[in-house]
Design a protein around this ligand. Structure first.
Ligand SMILES: N[C@@H](CCC(=O)N[C@@H](CS)C(=O)NCC(=O)O)C(=O)O
Length: 197
C-alpha cells in the first residue's frame, strides 16, 4: 500500500498512529506529498487533492482519514472502531468533534498566513469559537484510557493545537483534559509521529 502523507497533517497522523498500533506500518510505503504544489499528481489518488490518500495493492484508492482508518482497522481485527452500541457512537462522535476542530484550526492557520490586509478577524473569530466550544465539550467528556478512533483523534487534535497555536495554551482552562492527555500521549506511536515542518 502507498500512503500519501505530509509531516504536518493531523489527518495523516491518525492513519500513521493506527498503522503503527495495528502492526501494519511495514506494509505501507510513505509517499511525501506537497498539497500546495500545483504540479503535484496526487489528484490521481484523491480527486480532492488532500492527504491522506491510500493506494491499495489492487490499484484502488481510499480517502479520507476516516475511511482509511476504518479500512486498516478492519484488516487487523477492529481494535479502534468499537463494533456496536454506545461505545461505537461515542468513539465516532469524538472523532467527528476532533476532526471538525482540526479543520477549524487549519482554517485559522491559513488565514493567519495571508497578507494582513486580506485577513478577516470575523472569520478567525468564527473558527476559534469552534475550537473553544470543542475544548469545553472535551473537558466535560469522560475520556478514559482506552485507545480507540475517538480518543486517538482527540489526542492528535490537542497536539496539533500545541504545534500550530503554542501561544494559546489550552491546558490552564482545561485541567481534566490536560491530565488525561498527559498520560495518553506517552504511547510510542504518538512520540514517533509528532508533527514537524
Ligand atoms: N476530512 C479529510 C481532511 C484532509 C485534509 O484536510 N488534509 C489537508 C492536510 S491536513 C490537506 O490535504 N489539505 C490540502 C487541500 O485542502 O488542498 C480527512 O479526514 O482526511
Amino acid at each position: 500500500m502507498k500512503l500519501r502523507y505530509s509531516t504536518t497533517s493531523p489527518f495523516v497522523r491518525k492513519v500513521h498512529v493506527l498503522a503503527i498500533e495495528t502492526g501494519q506500518i511495514d506494509k505501507i510505503e510513505l509517499v511525501k506529498t506537497n498539497t500546495a504544489d500545483p504540479n503535484s499528481d496526487h489528484g490521481k489518488d484523491n480527486p480532492l487533492n488532500k492527504v491522506p490518500a491510500l493506494a491499495l495493492d489492487d490499484g484502488s484508492k481510499l480517502y479520507d482519514s476516516r475511511v482509511i482508518c476504518e479500512y486498516l482497522d478492519a484488516q487487523s481485527g477492529g481494535k479502534f472502531f468499537p463494533p456496536a452500541g454506545s461505545a461505537r457512537w461515542t468513539a465516532l462522535r469524538r472523532q467527528a468533534l476532533a476532526d471538525g476542530m482540526i479543520d477549524a484550526a487549519i482554517l485559522r492557520m491559513m488565514e493567519s498566513r495571508k497578507p494582513e490586509n486580506l485577513r478577516s478577524a470575523d472569520w478567525d473569530k468564527k473558527q476559534k469559537l469552534k475550537v473553544t466550544q470543542g475544548l469545553a465539550a472535551l473537558e466535560a467528556d469522560h475520556l478514559g484510557p482506552q485507545l480507540d478512533i475517538g480518543t486517538m483523534t482527540v489526542s492528535i487534535l490537542l497536539e496539533y493545537l500545541d504545534f500550530r497555536f503554542k501561544a494559546e495554551d489550552w491546558r490552564p482552562a482545561h485541567p481534566k483534559l490536560a491530565a488525561w492527555h498527559k498520560t495518553f500521549c506517552e504511547r510510542a506511536s504518538f512520540k514517533k509521529t509528532l508533527p514537524h515542518d
